[in-house]
Design a binder for this molecule. Structure first.
Ligand SMILES: Cc1cc2nc3c(=O)[nH]c(=O)nc-3n(C[C@H](O)[C@H](O)[C@H](O)COP(=O)(O)OP(=O)(O)OC[C@H]3O[C@@H](n4cnc5c(N)ncnc54)[C@H](O)[C@@H]3O)c2cc1C
Length: 459
């Protein structure tokens, strides 16, 4: 068709459209308008990640009305969206120390995907990762959503709080989502955002280290034979690329060989990665992807790596550390490495002290027989009412936090938070005033394990 004919056809079409209004299949709609909602729920959980989804399931299983806000498109948080799908650690010194809702989910995910559990009876020695459970993140995302729905949890994806206010004995949480603006009124609020976001909005004190641990974009690479690579030559090329300013040593812990040997996984380090706001998380995501792309282009030019390719990449850079609450108790490094048991210990937490810095990480294994515990007071912001925090942002110093932030511990905290919120409603008290014996009994009734005895773990 000649240009003049094409133009006249378009002209005829547009004339046709303007006379009939809409074409077949189109619907004449009012201009786009934000939907306003006023909702009420017993318990609102902010953040449907590692701790939050478990908190919601536990609270739902007590028969309460539960709403779960998640700003992403799926549940599981760092396990699924960030792809750190190897929760640890459920067993210590030959005995199970964390069980309950999280463990139930992990077992179901392993079974559904035809995977297997590690042999927990073989001591892990200095290689604690041998006791982490390798999960398929997608399967976990499917199952955690299913279990929430079965527990009657009302899931709200793509939504975030913009204000949190306590009025006339209720929390009023104003949220914004895609095309939705809501005010959610609730009796108990659980902050599982990983960033103490709701606690901060509620006006409670939060703190952050001057230098936080780096973040990591999880990915898998392939398309090469590691055994046939000339590693010495590769190391020289890598050093030259760093000298030319093309690559940054810290981004892969200065170890290009480890990146190739591990085929990606948990090897990248993005300094200052922060998930607190959409702006800071955008920066962390872009830095993680840019770093991967730069290294991939460099590697592709090296002998034996012409076919290197990305086999999998998660959608966000995983963040290890941001804000924590100032709580009724701050767990110290000393408490952690001595396995202190408190009258209000609601869960064990077993993992080495694991602080990542620019050099990498050298985990400090716990002394044989030691299993740290989580006191419920570390989950309650100072001067708070009807408010609980679970997950990595509980009140703890940086070294203690580097160990207790792991997934099995976050799941156990989530379960304790869900149970405590439910019990607080039933007893009509604020969580800090709960009788610890009642809370422990409820957690145990739902399969959780409560620490017993003095500071030495008897199993
Ligand atoms: C790279 C990396 C490696 C790690 N390695 C291990 C390991 O080997 N083993 C291990 O057990 N642990 C590991 N961890 C630690 C562990 O994964 C995390 O500390 C833990 O998962 C944190 O759980 P959480 O529930 O506190 O936060 P998350 O799981 O991150 O959940 C927070 C949830 O809140 C949502 N959210 C945040 N802000 C808002 C908002 N404003 N509105 C609504 N929703 C919001 C998020 O989208 C997310 O779903 C690692 C962490 C990282 C980043």
């Amino acid at each position: 068709m000649k240009r003049r004919d094409v133009l006249s056809t378009i002209g005829a079409l547009s004339v046709g459209l303007s006379t009939s209004g809409v074409t077949k299949g189109e619907v004449l709609e009012k201009p786009y308008k934000t939907i306003e909602r006023e909702l009420e729920t017993d318990i609102l959980v902010v953040g449907g990640g590692t701790a939050g989804s478990i908190a919601a399931i536990q609270a739902g299983r007590t028969g309460h009305n539960v709403t779960l806000l998640e700003c992403q498109s799926q549940l599981g948080g760092t396990i699924t969206t960030a792809g750190v799908a190897y929760p640890g650690l459920f067993f210590a010194w030959g005995k199970q120390v964390i069980s309950g809702v999280g463990w139930e989910l992990v077992q179901s995910a392993v079974e559904l995907n035809g995977d297997s559990l590690p042999n927990f009876s073989i001591p892990h020695g200095r290689e604690h990762w041998n006791h982490q459970v390798r999960l398929n993140a997608s399967v976990y995302a499917l199952l955690v959503e299913e279990k929430c729905l079965e527990a009657g949890v009302n899931i709200r994806y793509y939504e975030t709080p913009i204000s949190v206010e306590f009025k006339e004995n209720y929390w009023h949480v104003e949220t914004i989502g895609k095309g939705v603006h809501a005010v959610i009124k609730c009796r108990q609020l659980i902050d599982c955002s990983g960033n103490a976001l709701a606690a901060s909005m509620a006006g409670y004190d939060v703190f952050k280290e001057k230098v936080t641990q780096p973040g990591t974009l999880m990915f898998k690479i392939g398309g090469y034979e590691f055994e046939s690579l000339d590693l010495e030559r590769l190391k020289v090329a890598y050093e030259m690329a760093i000298d030319r300013g093309e690559l940054i040593r810290g981004e892969f812990r200065g170890d290009i060989v480890a990146l190739l040997k591990e085929k990606g996984d948990n090897v990248q380090h993005i300094e200052g990665a922060d998930s607190t706001t959409s702006e800071t998380h955008t920066v962390a995501n872009i830095k993680g992807r840019e770093s991967l792309l730069k290294h991939l282009r460099f590697l592709k030019k090296q002998p034996g790596l012409g076919n290197i390719r990305i086999e999998e990449m998660r959608t966000e850079t995983g963040v290890r550390e941001t804000y924590r609450i100032e709580g009724l108790y701050r767990i110290s490094y000393e408490d952690y490495i001595t396995g202190k048991v408190y009258p209000d210990s609601i869960a064990y937490s077993y993992y080495p002290v694991d602080l990542h810095n620019t050099e990498g990480v050298v985990p400090e294994q716990l002394t044989e027989g030691i299993v740290p515990t989580i006191p419920f007071r570390s989950m309650i912001p100072k001067r708070s009412k009807n408010f609980i925090v679970a997950g990595r942002s509980i009140c703890s110093d940086q070294l203690a936090n580097s160990g207790l932030r792991v997934q099995a511990s976050c799941m156990a905290m989530g379960q304790a938070a869900g149970a405590a919120a439910a019990l607080a409603i039933e007893k009509n008290v604020t969580p800090a005033d709960l009788v610890m014996g009642d809370l422990k009994t409820l957690i145990e009734m739902h399969g959780g394990i409560i620490p017993k005895g003095g500071n030495s773990f008897k199993g």
